[in-house]
Write a protein that binds this ligand. Structure first.
Ligand code: UDP
Length: 375
């Protein structure tokens, strides 16, 4: 049984669902909590995922304790009636940790996809660092994207024979979408038409910075600073645009629209369906973001990332130099952005082809590991 509830989980679990469901050895039940609703549904539609159980738990600005309780209450009868051989959860969301706890408490082995990421700070990202550590404790099988994630798990006392280094399934999803955009011109034309309705002068070909922002620990002061920095960058670079898909969370949208709403070369748009977002990412010059997944996806497409956080669990990209931590310091964000816009060496220093998160076969490796695993 696969359980997930948010947009990033759906993007990263879709390849796992597909690789398992095409294999007759597996019978897969897909349960979504709908911790996100619209953002989740966009991904379900894109990858044509047949949802078997939908707990439909989304509430605007939901309290995380209530969410945890609701996921646990909602899942218990589903697990009781299905009695699955394994519960597969992903990463670090409230859905993942709650589902993992229910699985563990009900005696169902838990498999953790994207296991072993650590920022080493329980408060950042909050509550994700706690969620991923707790999920590790409950899990019988751990699918670690990288060797250093494996080391983190070993350090936490997980047995080596329970860990499988697979790469990150986000690269499987990204590759799937990017290949179609690159090689199917009529498909690309259709995406162009849709983007044309939202963005003047599309395609803007490398002349824009892509910005996203949604992390809980940046709510308030952090988001305000990020917006002030973006406003300065747009003001001093009138020939560069900023494209900013604004997360619907009211802690984000109100501040972003208030500070950036009236600036000519800043385009505030609704969150984009994954396929359109990948196309925009492919055409962008670089990113300013606090997203986790984008620290994996953007380097794969040779797009430098300025990360508006003080710590990251994507330490491989940091070591490669393809992402840089800029926190929420206005001057630092502006300085690094201007350098990427004007200094070709600074830009090239943030591009390399080491691909620490894999090359698109993570979901197959997970399937192989599950086929051979004893749990
Ligand atoms: N994404 C998307 N549309 C958008 C913005 C992001 O499809 O408008 C995708 C992005 O490519 C990445 C995922 O959403 O795969 C990241 O989600 P988010 O930043 O919300 O969560 P995180 O990765 O930080 O957990």
């Amino acid at each position: 049984m696969l359980v997930f509830g948010t947009r990033p989980e759906a993007i990263k679990m879709a390849p796992v669902y597909n690789s398992l469901s095409y294999d007759d050895n597996f019978k897969v039940h897909l349960c979504v909590t709908a911790q996100h609703r619209e953002l989740l549904d966009q991904v379900i539609e894109l990858f044509d995922l047949p949802v078997d159980t939908d707990l439909n738990l989304m509430k605007m600005d939901q309290d995380i304790v209530d969410l945890m309780t609701n996921v646990m209450r909602g899942l218990k009868p589903v697990i009781t009636s299905l009695n699955p051989d394994m519960l597969l959860v992903h990463g670090d969301t409230m859905t993942s940790v709650s589902a993992a706890l229910v699985g563990f408490l009900m005696g169902v082995p838990v498999g953790h996809v994207e296991a072993g990421l650590r920022s080493d700070d329980l408060n950042s990202p909050f509550p994700e660092e706690l969620n991923r550590r707790v999920t590790t404790i409950t899990a019988s099988l751990h699918f670690a994207p990288t060797e250093s994630n494996r080391q983190n798990l070993l350090h936490n006392g997980v047995s080596d024979n329970r860990i499988f280094v697979t790469g990150n399934t986000v690269i499987d999803a990204l590759q799937n979408v990017v290949k179609r955009i690159r090689y199917d011109s009529s498909h690309r034309n259709r995406l162009d038409q849709r983007l044309n309705l939202m963005l003047p002068n599309w395609p803007m070909k490398n002349h824009f910075i892509l910005v996203t922002c949604h992390r809980r620990e940046n709510f308030g002061h952090g988001i305000k600073n990020i917006c002030e920095a973006v406003k300065k960058i747009a003001g001093s670079n009138p020939h560069t645009s900023v494209v900013f898909p604004v997360h619907p969370n009211s802690n984000v949208a109100g501040v972003v629209k208030g500070i950036l709403g009236e600036t000519k070369n800043i385009f505030l748009i609704n969150p984009l369906p994954y396929e359109l977002f990948c196309y925009v990412l492919m055409e962008s010059r670089f990113l300013i973001t606090d997203s986790g997944g984008l620290q994996e996806e953007a380097p794969f497409l040779n797009k430098p990332v300025l990360v508006t956080r003080s710590k990251t669990e994507r330490k491989e990209a940091l070591a490669d130099g393809t992402i840089q931590l800029v926190g929420t310091d206005i001057n630092l964000i502006v300085e690094k952005s201007n350098s990427l816009l004007t200094d070709i060496d600074a830009f090239n220093n943030m591009v390399n082809s080491s691909h620490p998160y894999g090359t698109g076969d993570a979901s197959l490796k997970i399937k192989e590991a599950l086929t051979n695993a004893i749990f």
